[in-house]
Design a binder for this molecule. Structure first.
Ligand code: UDX
Length: 424
């Protein structure tokens, strides 16, 4: 059964949501405030690197089920559902900034058809459904929460094959209508109240960040006791209660979600009277992980960072994306640059030049004359480069492997020094 859907905001979430709903057979109109972006999208071109998204957007545009318009007023007048997919950035006091959501609600409120449903897709604090209702100013329009669980780099896959769909709603009719949107999706659909749905999103992201900080802390213990974190996490992961996903130690977590959502979760709890000690610790471990990576590079350089040439494979916050927002790699490289290092970096997802960092288009050019090579993003390509060629081009054969991607034993046999995370 096809529904008329309006998507407000065509960022990572809105574009993926709109294209996937069109793929499921719905009639989708996406609105943005940027006319050049609207024109690009109507040509079937997309502004982000997201595997499979270009294909599914083109499919939608060619079928006529996916359209892009300038301004939400051109998308909502005949819609049954209006999805709010606008940014909810971290505010000054760590709480989520709802100004974009409120502005969007005020704009579409007077234009929505009676009995239409407004859907909060953006990650919003507990209680935001009521905030949207207030700004819409419509008693004949229902507001529901339908949080997204999309990972960058696998957003299309995560939308069409989710572990679950969560609907937070206090109106049964609206909940039933919203469930019908997901008829083509084989996954459990749970309906709960709005506050619980909003909490599921934050609690899930905060838990995933906790899991990563935990394994990064275990990696530090492994280094201290001479254990190998790869074997430790393998042994842990066999336990189905722990699971082997999100158990890879690294330079710390980043991106446009974890840093924002963990701080917002702490703030939401604080405002509700609970001091979230555990999550404060998770954020602190993550900050310390950046320091630990800088220390590893400093040790590899024999303490001499000033004037050294540091090569990095990796700039994006994670593999299979072009997103540099809150990237641990950039945070770490900037700290090394502040200590006087000259930074040269290669990343398959990054072509633009950055402050303090010379970005090159070839992994071997990145290591020319380098005193140390850091691996800071988990791109699979980095495992397969010719390390003999790399060694021949470097000034010193030193590797700090922030993602445990390379084989330390083989590198040592080729005359490299090697330091990983939680393993020597
Ligand atoms: C996250 C959540 O996974 C997703 O469900 C939510 O909707 C949005 O936020 P995303 O931010 O795209 O998705 O990235 P994710 O894959 O979760 O990785 C976050 C960070 O953790 C990255 O910096 C990644 O490199 C790091 N990470 C991830 C690890 O260091 N180790 C791991 O095992 C997994």
């Amino acid at each position: 059964m096809s529904s008329k859907i309006a998507i407000i905001g065509t960022g990572y979430v809105g574009l993926t949501t709109g294209a996937c709903f069109a793929h499921l057979g719905h009639d989708v109109t996406c609105a943005d405030i940027d006319s050049s972006k609207v024109d690009m999208l109507n040509r079937g071109e997309i502004p982000i690197l997201e595997p499979g998204l270009d294909k599914i957007v083109k499919e939608g545009v060619d079928s006529g089920r996916l359209k892009f318009v300038l301004g939400s007023e051109n998308a909502v007048t005949d819609c049954e559902f209006a999805f709010l997919c606008v940014p909810t950035p971290q505010g000054e006091d760590d709480s989520a900034d709802l100004s974009y959501i409120q502005a969007a609600a005020r704009e579409i409120g007077p234009l929505l058809p009676p009995e239409s449903v407004v859907v909060n897709k953006s990650t919003v604090p507990v209680g935001s459904t009521k905030v949207v209702e207030r700004h819409l100013g419509r008693s004949d329009v229902h507001v529901i929460s339908n949080p997204e669980f999309l990972r960058e780099g696998s957003a299309v896959q995560d939308f069409l094959h989710p572990d679950r769909v969560v609907i937070g709603c206090s109106n049964t009719t609206a909940a039933v209508k919203a469930q019908s949107l997901y008829l083509g999706v084989k996954a459990p659909i749970m309906v709960t109240d709005p506050a619980s749905a909003e909490t599921i999103k934050y609690a899930s992201n905060a838990f995933l960040a906790t899991k990563i900080s935990y394994v990064n802390a275990i990696a530090a213990v492994c280094e201290a006791v001479g254990a190998n974190v790869s074997d430790v996490t393998l042994g842990m992961g066999y336990d189905r209660r722990i699971g082997d996903m999100f158990l890879n130690p690294g330079p710390g977590w980043g991106g446009s979600c974890f840093p924002k959502d963990t701080r917002a979760m702490i703030k939401i709890a604080e405002n509700a009277g609970y001091h979230f000690h555990l999550l404060n610790g998770v954020v602190q471990v993550n900050e310390e992980q950046f320091d630990r990576m800088v220390d590893k590079v400093e040790n590899a350089l024999g303490g001499q960072v000033d004037g050294a040439t540091v090569a990095s494979w990796g700039l994006t916050f994670k593999a299979n994306t072009d997103d540099l927002r809150e990237s641990p790699a950039i945070e770490i490289l900037n700290r090394l640059a502040a200590k006087g290092a000259k930074i040269r970096a290669y990343d398959p997802g990054c072509k633009k030049q950055l402050e303090n960092i010379e970005v090159v288009a070839d992994p071997y050019e990145a290591v020319d004359g380098a005193d140390v090579l850091c691996v800071l993003t988990e791109w699979d390509d980095f495992k397969w480069y010719d390390m003999e060629e790399v060694g021949g081009r470097m000034g010193h054969r030193r590797v700090v492997d922030g993602r445990n991607l390379l084989d330390g034993h083989t590198l040592k046999s080729k005359g490299f020094t090697y330091d990983g995370v939680g393993r020597r």
